[in-house]
Ligand binder design. Structure first.
Ligand code: SF4
Ligand code: SF4
Length: 187
């Protein structure tokens, strides 16, 4: 056995180093939170439960084009279209099976009018599968509860990609842009 190893073993150097580290961390601020007693505020753009945008006059913004359902890789959005009394095309039924969703946000990016969003709400664990079947009414209610007002406006400005071509997402994130448009400088 070499001399250095003998000294380290005899004087418990590694154990002393470990104890010093333990002692040091005793007096530093913890990086963990005592969730759920201490709630954690998600960062802007966090991909939580879906919502359908409701306009200030109470109408839903969705024009039932079906692009979100077409692009969804999990095929968890289903839309049944109909006609409003004024002749507009509307989604009679708009449903998302949240348990199959991968929270990729493609639906948000693909929507031509910014009618579907992902809220910051993530505490929706439950025992019943039915609670994860989001109907149009539930999705509109999610907008009222989590995104109404300035929060929703800010979200769409930053994270709805057909408009926000200067979106600064993480490296490698899929970004959809109108054909022929290059990424804005500094994005
Ligand atoms: S976030 Fe992705 S997987 Fe979930 S509904 Fe939207 S497109 Fe589908
Ligand atoms: S949410 Fe957007 S993409 Fe989906 S059907 Fe409505 S308007 Fe079209």
């Amino acid at each position: 056995m070499d001399f250095k190893k003998v000294v380290r073993t005899v004087f418990f150097i590694e154990i002393l180093k470990g104890m010093a580290l333990t002692l040091k961390t005793l007096f530093t601020r913890p990086v963990t939170l005592r969730y759920p007693e201490v709630p954690r505020q998600p960062k802007p753009g966090f991909r939580g439960l879906h919502a359908l945008v409701r306009e200030a006059d109470g109408r839903e913004r969705c024009i039932a084009c079906g692009l979100c359902a077409a692009i969804c890789p999990s095929q968890c959005i289903s839309i049944h279209t109909g006609e409003a009394p004024d002749g507009r095309k509307v989604a009679e039924r708009y449903e998302i099976e949240v348990l199959r969703c991968t929270f990729c946000a493609f639906c948000v990016e693909a929507c031509p009018v910014g009618a579907v969003v992902l809220t910051e709400h993530f505490e929706y664990a439950n025992y019943s599968r039915d609670d994860f079947w989001m109907t149009k009414e539930k999705l509109l209610q999610n907008w009222d509860t989590f995104m109404a007002g300035e929060k929703g406006r800010e979200y769409l400005k930053r994270f709805w990609l057909p408009k926000a071509t200067a979106f600064g997402g993480y490296e490698g994130q899929a970004v959809f842009r109108p054909k022929g448009k290059k990424e804005a400088a500094g994005a």
